[in-house]
Design a protein around this ligand. Structure first.
Ligand code: NAD
Ligand code: USQ
Length: 384
């Protein structure tokens, strides 16, 4: 298949590109390098050094033998995006190209505006480009499990639910509530997708994915093929951060009570699940919602897992709760449905308990590099 990846320079985009190339799919990528710049603005960097886009393309050819097209540009420029879609006529466009950090979106008004503008205009440009060029192209859009928040009901894996409101039954969009402006941008994205699906019959998969953890996938056979790995207070996600904290001899940092519970997925399982969804598109004209996570854990459980893994590797690891910079429930019910990936034959290969040990081992040789960025670990961005 021919796959266009928006956000190819990112943590997931790069890993997916390598997986698809190794499966002989044709891959074209777009990225404006916004995450590189934002992480630099925070004073941090990827744990693994990142080659330039040109070097990345060369390294793919050298190690995996595949031809990769990497276009540096911004998908909020509609003409630029349309032109690449028109020239390449992909079967599927995978859309990762968004500002993806919740804390970054909560820094101040400018960062909130940028997040909304970047994420919503990018999605809208993609919808219109596909509608104008070829409405049969499958849009595989990365949303987030956090679109649903932490409700007291079991989160269904479907776009609509039946609800009784004031005694009358109707079909409503599955209720959503964000925990940051970033999460709200994803909610608004989902409304755009569902609305334009109804208007134009476009074919879409809207993936509700939980936080991803992991340092690499088997295709990353050389340092030059590694994907970015963030650990700072904004772009680092909780499992990845805890592994780096363990290496730096810093206490692991559950925010508040640490009872915050999410559905997690490893990098390997995430790219494999994405590959499955690409190879098994929905019916033409369908808007499909897929919940993509494998294990449900609280932050406290993760801290214990990382602490144990660190100790097995001879690291002195402690846990120290820090005041929660976010506004979120610290103890709550959490039970999302997950059915569709399993029905498509997907089986997870990793589990968090074993994977965090692999991650620490993998990051240990980079300890000196990580030491340089110690000051970006403690949370600074406050929601209030
Ligand atoms: P990332 O920041 O590493 O990758 C996103 C890429 O998109 C970056 O390389 C960035 O430069 C690019 N980008 C952003 N705006 C762009 C624009 N306007 N034009 C072109 N390129 C642009 O993030 P990631 O972790 O790879 O996440 C990918 C997607 O998956 C995001 O949409 C994110 O919201 C979602 N997601 C991530 C996680 C996770 O834990 N990492 C979990 C659930 C969902
Ligand atoms: N947390 C801690 N300590 C830390 C870091 C985080 O306790 O050092 C807590 C947070 O307070 C939160 C939970 O861990 O309750 C998850 O935080 P996170 O930073 O790992 O994840 P989040 O901000 O939700 O965002 C990440 C990605 C985002 C993706 C989302 C999936 O950055 O792109 O959409 O995970 S989900 O959470 O399901 O919405």
């Amino acid at each position: 298949m021919k796959v266009l990846i928006l956000g190819i320079d990112g943590y997931l985009g790069w890993a997916l590109a390598l997986r698809l190339i190794s499966r002989n799919h044709e891959v074209i990528g777009i990225d404006n390098l916004a995450t590189r710049k934002a992480v630099e603005e925070i004073g941090s960097d990827s744990a693994f050094p990142l080659p330039s886009p040109e070097e990345r393309v060369k390294e793919v050819k050298k190690h995996l033998g595949g031809n990769l097209e990497f276009h540096v540009g911004d998908i909020t420029n509609k003409d630029f995006l349309s032109d690449i879609i028109k020239r390449n006529k992909p079967d599927v466009v995978v859309h990762f190209a968004e500002q993806r950090s919740a804390p970054y979106s909560m820094r101040d008004l400018d960062h909130a505006k940028y997040t909304l503008q970047n994420n919503l205009f990018g999605t809208l440009n993609l919808i219109y480009s596909v509608k104008e060029i070829d409405p049969a192209i499958h849009i595989l859009k990365m949303g987030t499990m956090g679109e649903f928040g932490t409700p007291n009901f079991d989160i269904p894996e479907s776009p609509f639910v039946n609800a009784i409101i004031n005694g009358k039954e109707d079909k409503i969009f599955t209720p959503r509530w964000g925990g940051s402006i970033y999460h709200f941008s994803k909610i608004f994205d989902s409304y755009l997708l569902a609305y334009y699906n109804q208007l134009y019959g476009l074919t879409m998969t809207d993936i509700m994915q939980g936080p991803v953890y992991g340092t690499k996938i088997p295709e990353m056979t050389s340092e030059s093929l590694r994907t970015r790995f963030d650990f700072d207070e904004s772009y680092g996600t909780v499992v990845n951060r805890f592994c780096v904290e363990a290496i730096l001899g810093l206490p692991l940092t559950p925010y508040g009570k640490g009872g915050q519970t999410r559905g997690f997925i490893s990098l390997e399982d995430s790219v494999e699940a994405l590959k499955t969804l690409i190879e098994h598109p929905p019916k033409q004209g369908e808007y499909r919602v897929v919940n993509q996570f494998m294990e449900v854990h609280s932050v406290n459980e993760i801290a214990e897992m990382v602490k144990n893994a660190g100790e097995q590797l001879g690291l002195q690891t402690s846990i120290q709760h820090v005041p929660n910079p976010r506004v979120e429930k610290e103890e709550h019910y959490y039970n999302p449905e997950k059915r569709i990936l399993e029905e498509l034959g997907f089986k997870p290969k990793r589990n968090m308990k074993d994977e965090v040990k692999v991650m620490i081992e993998d990051l240990l040789p980079y300890k000196e590099r990580l030491e340089r960025y110690k000051q970006v670990i403690m949370p600074k961005t406050k929601w209030r």
